[in-house]
Design a protein around this ligand. Sequence first.
Ligand SMILES: Nc1ncnc2c1ncn2[C@@H]1O[C@H](COP(=O)(O)OP(=O)(O)O)[C@@H](O)[C@H]1O
Ligand SMILES: [Mg+2]
Length: 383
Amino acid sequence: MTSTEDNMATPVKYHLDKFPPTNIDWEQLVPLLGRANIGLGRYDGLLEGIPDANVLLSPLMLQEAVLSSKIEGTNISLSEVLEIEAGGDGATQSKRDDAEEVLNYREALNFASHALDERSFSLHLLREAHELLMRGVRGRDKKPGAFRDVQNWIGYQGGAIEEASFIPIPPEQLSGGMERWLEYFLSTDGPDLLVQLAVIHLEFEALHPFMDGNGRLGRMVIPLFLYHRKILRSPDFYMSGYLEAQRDQYIEAMRAVSRDGAWTQWCAFFLQGIIEQASQNQRKAEAILELHRRMRRAVAEATRSQYADLAVDFIFARPVFSSPDFAKNSGIPELTASRILRALKSKEVNILDTIRPSSGSSPSILAFPELLYIAEGTGGLTI
Ligand SMILES: Nc1ncnc2c1ncn2[C@@H]1O[C@H](COP(=O)(O)OP(=O)(O)O)[C@@H](O)[C@H]1O
Ligand SMILES: [Mg+2]
């Protein structure tokens, strides 16, 4: 039976009273767990050597926001988001709306990771993050920050509940379900943290506590949990590349949990994702570090300026920007700033590209393509 026929025939319902799972086949997971832990350990070792991971890895985080939102139907690339953020005014309304969702995603994830430095994870924190994620035009009528009090279902747009592929927990049971979820999230006596994480993501999606935004928020929870449990020293772990590339298997593995109790298969799918993404995240972070080292030398040489490092830091933090933004916010005196930009755009140096020339009152928009290439690419991985 294809998954579409199956979808049409029988909506799968939430696995009431079957959480947390008791039927996990650990033997099957052990080899994957070993590799996933090694991969995360290596990645964390790399994070340890990045003094300002927040800034240097920020394009990777935004790319995660792009891919996680793409799973939910947005159609915009990292470069396009950054161009709109930089003030580029050529984009269509639909691209602008997509960019808003992606930028909200970044804000929500930043907010939640900072909050975790000061307080424990809670449902309140989750609702605050949801509020940030849903802010603006598309989220307005989706009850930002509030758990739902009606039955929802997953199916094609506008489809009836009888045709749904999945029906989450009924609203009357939701608050109990969320309490159990939180208790499980916070529990420290489970047999393995990564299996705990796989189960946390699945259960969150199956509860589907919000009217919208559940997929994105549930994927944000992944780096937050790794950070909260100190498996990683910063919340820079990105899973959506894997989940987006395998969207159908992702959704099917989730349905199979509620339909057949297939927790082990779900955990295996998720752990495989951690393995692949740990290695991809590592390759990308290494490439960024290497580029940063190379740019420190190249920009110093090309500009012969005491401000060279400031220029480098700026283009890593904002790989697409308008020229006045650079003059205002790089910390470089204005005349020197424009001299440096000219040097970095010149044919011989070729570090920056003009992606939009100035016209009328709109300033030119510049990009640092080498960094975008790393962040947007699959890092040599084909999944
Ligand atoms: N059968 C299922 N069981 C559990 N979760 C599912 C199932 N099918 C889809 N999902 C989850 O639902 C998400 C979509 O829910 P939605 O609230 O629309 O999220 P978003 O607004 O972020 O799009 C998917 O990304 C997936 O994580
Ligand atoms: Mg949605």
